[in-house]
Design a protein around this ligand. Structure first.
Ligand code: DGJ
Length: 737
């Protein structure tokens, strides 16, 4: 992740104000009060190809969104519009007739908020980044709201968040506290959402929005994105395709309950409100203590979804994901091979297998801990992070050393936020656990959630990681799991502030991760939540990658990975080759290779040919991974539209590309059309080489392998990517010369 540099430019414009009365009895802020009429102010906050423009209406002193869309030639023309626009951050209680961004009750019981523009300040922490901070205040109550708009010019991505501060004499309650409010005026709005469940993440659904409200949200607390990932496309004036159409891609960087509200009003205008889900989460705000919302991250494209994805991928690589520009480790995981049943000799064998395959790291999954209550299944031991003496008599140190002597790295699974009732942790600290008084405990995967609002628990969770890495500095990787959502949740620590739980939990989790990152800035950590139950850019600031799904059947994975590819770059999406599915090893390998490839198969059961195939595939992957991870993605044929899926990655100099073609199904005699490639240099000549030739030595690839074509030909005429055989696949390395 790029570091932010010092502030370079600060501009501060102050709108004229005069002081007024504060009914709460606190010190009048001097600035807050009635606004004098003055000229409109235009505040641009766009990127290279996008303009997001705010306008202060001199008549009422309020802030409006005047424009959002493709770059304008002359923003001054906006001043000629009679209408100032739509409210930039609509409040509740005065004259707003629709869903508000913010709602609060003051400590005198007044349930309204009015926000007037005070000033704005522009920061330039990096030549690519501009942060526009717009300060709004209530003219009567000492409440300040600052809208932050961070524009990443080259990436065409904008991040918005809000800070709320109140200076009344007592706490006030906030009921709504959105990160962002955006408005659109189009003839149609098509919403694409990504919902699912365990082992069926990121299913794509697209529907037209009609009058009224559509909400996408989650209320699960932890494992919060199990049914709904916090991402969407909103296409304007009709459906968008991969290469055509106007849309925004939006996502909330928040690992807990989120909410996106889409409200089409009586005039056909749409407001999109994004933020933490306010459900059961009214928040008592202490005087002087800022409330900071998570970031809503979005990009505008008038060249379809493909462009929007590439914008987000560039942003995630440079800013959004921990060490996005750095390489990832290939690995062998033992979860599906052994489950809970292993011992030192078995693991030593897996370390040998890691080496034999040519992988970087062995990842020891669940089941290595617990003594009084050994973790031999998912019913016991969670929370007791000491090596199980029967399975690992020589401790993790032995495995770290063994790995080192074999020339591979060693990584480990943890689930530090959770506890089995059958554990010493549960026995010793019943008050550290989220559970309702006077109600039976409610289990999911036989476990409960620890109370991260409690500082002692935060310390415990920090020490699970820090203690292990201090004792065994040779550990090179962590998989951080989180297998359940919150139910029957009650925090002993929060006492009468139970409605703070969902928010404080996530913020405290981030504090722990932040603290860990201070000490271990570049340590690779995989984000996992019973598959893809927690996938968002709030968490990915601290994680290097995520486990996309427990469903590793490669046919299913084509769809799941396709879904993630819209919002997340391939280097972050962990795909393992496992025993799920009856497809060939080649098909499994080719599917896993389109992201961050790993293995979870019994290597000792591979035939000689399969082993050789896998070793060669890993060598190919290592040679090409930089293109796959950091190249531009072009989704060429969607599995939602045809019985196949084809996509390609190409590096920025357009000299190397990798194309993946998967035939999923085919009818008798079905003829697949040629696939036109994208993103190549038309003037360059490219050699097509099929790689990952199957374990049986059979080539499923096109007749074009070994031939050369111009980029012009490949983009206008195309390739016969793959064959008509169901569940066959082909990977082509495309090199300019
Ligand atoms: C759920 C994860 O998604 C799996 O990969 C595995 O780590 C298990 N948890 C272990 O309990």
């Amino acid at each position: 992740m790029k570091k932010l540099f010092v502030l370079i430019i600060t501009i501060c414009l102050t709108h004229s104000v005069s002081s007024g009365q504060d009914p709460t009895g606190s010190q009048p802020s001097g600035e807050s009060a009635q606004i004098k009429q003055s000229a409109d102010i235009i505040i641009p906050a766009g990127t290279k190809n996008t303009d997001l423009i705010y306008r202060v209406n001199g008549k009422d002193g309020r802030l409006y969104q005047a424009y959002f869309g493709a770059k304008l030639g002359n923003t001054d023309e906006l001043k000629q519009m009679r209408d100032a626009g739509h409210p930039a951050y609509a409040t509740f209680g005065t004259d707003n007739l629709f869903e508000p961004s913010i709602r609060m009750t003051h400590n005198d019981g007044n349930p309204s908020l009015e926000l007037k523009y005070i000033s704005h300040k522009i920061e330039k922490p990096d030549p690519d980044i501009t942060i526009t901070n717009i300060l709004l205040k209530d003219p009567v109550y000492p409440v300040e709201v600052t809208l932050h708009i961070k524009s990443y010019s080259e990436e065409d991505v904008i991040e918005q968040w809000v800070e709320i501060v109140q200076n009344e004499t007592k706490p006030v309650t906030i009921y709504n506290y959105a990160s962002s409010m955006l408005h659109f005026d189009a003839t149609q709005y098509w919403l694409t959402q990504f919902h699912g469940d365990w082992a069926e993440e990121m299913k794509v659904q697209e529907n037209e929005l009609t009058s009224g409200i559509k909400i996408l949200d989650t209320k699960l607390g932890t494992r919060a994105h199990m049914y709904q990932t916090p991402v969407f496309f909103l296409s304007l004036n009709g459906k968008s395709t991969e290469n055509d159409g106007e849309l925004i891609a939006g996502t909330l960087g928040w690992s807990g309950n989120f909410q996106f509200v889409f409200e089409v009003d009586e005039k056909g205008s749409l407001r999109v409100i994004s933020g933490i889900n306010p459900f059961a989460s009214e928040y008592s705000l202490l005087p002087g203590k800022p409330f900071k919302t998570p970031s809503f991250i979005f990009t505008y494209s008038n060249q379809g979804k493909g462009r929007a994805s590439r914008n987000l991928h560039h942003w995630a690589t440079n800013f959004g994901i921990m060490d996005g520009n750095k390489p990832r480790l290939t690995l062998l995981n033992n979860w599906e091979t052994t489950y809970f049943s292993f011992n030192e000799p078995k693991l030593a064998g897996l370390l040998d297998d890691t080496k034999k395959m040519g992988l970087d790291l062995f990842l020891l999954d669940d089941g290595w801990f617990g003594n009084k209550y050994p973790r031999n299944n998912d019913r016991a031991g969670l929370g007791d992070w000491q090596e199980n003496k029967t399975k690992l008599p020589d401790g993790l140190g032995y495995l770290v050393k063994e790995a080192d002597s074999k020339g591979v790295k060693f990584g480990i699974w943890i689930e530090p936020e959770m506890v089995n009732p059958k554990s010493e942790l549960y026995e010793n600290h019943p008050d550290w656990i989220l559970k309702l008084p006077n109600r039976p405990e409610n289990y999911y995967r036989n476990q409960l959630v620890l109370d991260l609002t409690n500082p002692e628990v935060q310390e415990f969770v920090y020490n699970v990681v820090d203690g292990m890495l201090t004792k065994y500095p040779g550990i090179a990787f962590i998989k951080w799991d989180c297998n359940r959502m919150m139910t029957n949740a009650y925090s002993v620590y929060l006492k009468d502030k139970q409605s703070h739980l969902y928010i404080d939990y996530v913020n405290n989790l981030y504090d722990i991760l932040y603290k860990l990152r201070q000490k271990y800035p570049h340590f690779p950590i995989m984000l996992c939540s019973g598959g893809g139950g927690r996938v968002d850019y709030g968490a990915l600031r601290y994680f290097t990658e995520f486990w996309a799904s427990d469903d590793t059947d490669p046919l299913e994975r084509v769809y799941i990975q396709w879904g993630y590819s819209f919002f997340f770059p391939s280097f972050a999406v962990c795909n393992h080759i496992t025993s799920w599915g009856k497809q060939s090893l080649k098909f499994k390998t080719d599917v896993a290779m389109m992201g961050k490839m790993g293995y979870d198969i019994p290597v000792n059961e591979l035939t000689e040919k399969e082993l050789k195939f896998s070793q060669e595939a890993i060598t190919n992957y290592k040679r090409l991974s930089d293109v796959i991870w950091h190249g531009d993605l072009y989704r060429l044929i969607s599995p939602y539209e045809e019985n196949r899926a084809v996509l390609m990655y190409i590096n920025s100099s357009k000299t190397k590309a990798v194309l993946f073609a998967y035939t999923l199904n085919s009818r008798f005699g079905e003829n697949f059309n040629r696939v036109r490639l994208q993103g190549l240099d038309p003037a360059k000549t490219y050699k097509i080489q099929e790689i990952n030739v199957s374990a049986e030595g059979q080539r499923f690839g096109p007749s074009e392998s070994g031939r050369s074509y111009t980029g012009d030909y490949l983009m206008k005429i195309g390739l016969n990517a793959g064959t008509g055989l169901p569940l066959s696949s082909a990977v082509y390395e495309i090199t300019s010369f």
